[in-house]
Design a protein around this ligand. Structure first.
Ligand code: ATP
Length: 365
């Protein structure tokens, strides 16, 4: 397996930069998810690493070689696509063997590799079937097997689970994770599904508009998003973002003020310091659903709110409520009686608040 180093990578189409000066290093054996909304440039980045499209500028190194000008077949990579790209008229065995036959590997070696891949992916009993006789999950396993037999230095996967139904997707998610762990493979995995990225990857590269926004372990991206885009992209339900203003309480301490409703939210010393150091007076308060406590009557340091919707899911009830004109998500244990339009008071866990600069949208540090 190999390290992949992407340096200052640019892909331009006319005047439009689909990939904008992206740099990141995927360590040997690491599972990295490229994640972001539709059109953010993740597939383009993957295709540049694969060599399927030419780069505009920058460098891509796989192992110790700069591969900018190498053909895909000379890059020692294997791709797994969303549509599996299996040969419909060949058996599973022949689908797996085909990449090796193209390389003119000896027959005995091909047989050994096909059987080993089939064993790893638990598809030995399917070797004589054709793709149309397989379920979606089985087809996906064959597609993985076809990548595996090639012994690549890097696996590149583009939304490999998006054609599967929700239940199978969760199951295959664990299987691909296991596949990565067992092989110690270097994997670059494109998905628009932040949950897939969070659950599978060692690191996630969050992209938006062709720019890399944050590159870190999922836990770090979740706990310490660098800006409002990342904060609202990662986590479900999304982090709530409430536009407020920096203000000063009677005792001189920094508070966040609701411009429309006039109340002040007191801040912990750390959050107060962050708000005081901000360049802008416009501050956006970020809070995840689990960092907000709902009270049915006024308590000190809670802000007034009104319930918008109540969604019981069984384990947990999600409530949406208005705060200073914005909608926030709150999670409650099941069975707490709360109704739409009810006035409530919300208390924020100061340790888990994320204040952002309202102009630059960056996290306040
Ligand atoms: P999705 O999840 O929808 O596949 P993505 O993040 O993978 O999105 P890309 O396919 O990388 O996005 O595309 C990034 C941007 O580049 C998009 O705005 C797309 O329209 C544009 N783009 C991609 N290929 C071309 C092309 N051949 N010519 C012009 N623009 C392109």
């Amino acid at each position: 397996m190999a390290q992949v180093v992407i340096s200052d990578l640019v892909k331009r189409y006319g005047a439009f930069n689909a990939v904008n000066h992206v740099s990141l290093t995927v360590e040997d054996g690491e599972f990295v998810a490229l994640v972001g909304p539709s059109g953010c440039g993740k597939t383009t980045t993957l295709n540049l690493v694969a060599g399927l499209i030419p780069i505009t500028s920058g460098d891509i190194r796989i192992g110790d070689r700069v591969v900018n000008d190498l053909d895909p077949k000379d890059r020692d990579i294997a791709m797994v696509f969303q549509n599996y790209a299996l040969y419909p008229n060949k058996t599973v065995y022949k689908n797996l063997a085909f990449p090796l036959q193209m390389r003119k590997s000896p027959k005995a070696q091909i047989d050994a590799k096909v059987r080993e891949a089939a064993r790893v992916l638990d598809i030995t009993h399917l070797l004589e079937r054709r793709p149309r006789e397989l379920s979606g999950g089985q087809q996906q396993r064959v597609a993985l097997g076809r990548a595996l037999v090639r012994d690549p230095r890097v696996f590149l996967m583009d939304e490999p689970l998006s054609n599967l139904d929700a239940k199978l997707r969760v199951q295959m998610r664990s299987e691909i994770k296991r596949f990565h762990q067992d092989l110690g493979a270097t994997v670059i995995y494109v998905t628009h599904d932040q949950l897939e990225a969070v659950t599978m990857a060692d690191k996630m590269a969050v992209m938006n508009g062709g720019f890399l926004q944050q590159y870190a372990a999922p836990a770090e991206v979740f706990a310490d998003p660098v800006n409002m885009f990342v904060a609202s992209f990662v986590g479900s339900p999304a982090m709530s973002l409430v536009p407020l203003e920096a203000g000063t309480a009677a005792d001189g301490s920094a508070v966040l003020r609701s411009p429309s409703e006039g109340w002040d939210l007191p801040l912990s010393p750390l959050n107060a310091r962050k708000v005081e150091a901000a360049k802008s007076d416009r501050i956006v308060l970020g809070a995840r659903h689990s960092a907000i406590r709902l009270h049915k009557s006024a308590v000190p340091s809670a802000v007034p709110s009104r319930v918008y919707t109540v969604e019981p899911t069984g384990d947990v009830t999600f409530v949406q409520a208005f705060v200073s004109g914005a909608i926030v998500n709150i999670s409650l244990p099941p069975g707490v009686p709360v109704a739409p339009d009810e006035p409530v008071w919300l208390e924020f866990d100061q340790e888990r608040l994320h204040p952002f600069d309202g102009e630059t949208e960056s996290a306040l540090r």
